[in-house]
Design a protein around this ligand. Sequence first.
Ligand code: AMP
Ligand code: MG
Length: 423
Amino acid sequence: MNSEMLSVEEARDAVLARIGRLELETVEVLESLGCVLAVDVVSDIDVAPFDNSAMDGYAVRAADTAGATSDAPIVLRVVDHIAAGRVSDVTVGPGEVARIMTGAPVPAGADSIVMVEHTESLENAGSTGGTVAIQREARLDDHIRRAGEDVRVGETVLHAGEVVNAASVGLMAALGFAKVDVYRRPRVAIVSTGDELVGITETPGPGQIRNSNTYSLAAQVLAAGGEPHLLGIARDNEADTRALLARAPEFDLMVTTGGVSMGDFDVVKDVLEQIGVLDFWKVAMRPGAPQTYGTVGGTPFFGLPGNPTSTMVGFELFVRPAIRKMRGFTTLDRPRTKAVLSEDVRKKADRRYYLRGVIERAADDGSTCAPVYTARLSGRQSSAMLTAMHHANCLISLPEGLSEVAAGTIVECVRLDMEEGTP
Ligand code: AMP
Ligand code: MG
């Protein structure tokens, strides 16, 4: 066991070095949204599959429309009326057109489409046997979507390692992929510890509080694309804690809250050492110095501190990147933005602070295209209080080594409001 204080980066790197990507699984295409593709998606069709009209109008032979204007329209004979979904068996000959709807296959003989807006229906123009006045000269290929224009047969449309977005889902649907292989979402066990905790439907008695950490953590797991499993509350004794921690191997990851400090009833570290491996348990950060990491039966284990904000910040910095790594992502951390701190902050010099803050774009004078941001605290910074976390859109990172950070200092903000890959 290592009881030295690690830096946040040392702890994060140590954790991530021990975490691997999970195996792939086959899911319904819609369930792949937000997941990392484990395979290339190769098309066995052209998209569009056939030449089709991009407009409602008339399929014409361009040469027949030469010189047509609204003052001097050219009258042509309608030989078919083609709705989307029907293939015409008519060949458009000289002097002929076919009425055609968007998405309908272009009939043989036609080489251009005239929009309905540039025509005037004469007799029965909507149907076979009628006539229509063409008011504009068509060029070859106007408003025709050619077969294979978007995707060619044999083309690799999506690549393994890509993150599936809504358009990828649509593309896969167009190509007939009802299911696809992605890296699996981790099953994450959540355990809260504490004799003082009661369930959220209960009324706390004297000295008791409701168990909120299980829920904030489960929400964070969901948001990170993991599958939370709520195992309930372990009381602050070894037998109870051991019973729940021993279940870790049923899952891909276990996260506990509380019971890792210096209190007389903080037994998580002891139990971890008895039934698993305790790698480290102190990180030079605030909130949440006792960030505990280890394994139980090979399953990665995070013992986050119990104060509600410490729990959430610990999750953000260590558990979320681990979940992303398991899911096959290569970008693991939130985007960071530099901002001008708008108030003086005092801190302990020996550790990194992650203050709950609001980052905003400052009004700029238009002299630069680089946006300027300011950051302020989002509320009172006690780690026992969740309200400042609720109002926060960032964590303001203040480096170790400083005991005072003055207003006007440029600081780095972890963007809780942004996903990886957003600017
Ligand atoms: P601990 O880390 O166990 O010493 O807990 C630190 C503080 O967080 C104490 O005030 C606990 O009551 C509180 N706490 C611990 N677990 C939870 C929880 N699951 N929900 C809400 N508060 C908690
Ligand atoms: Mg406790």
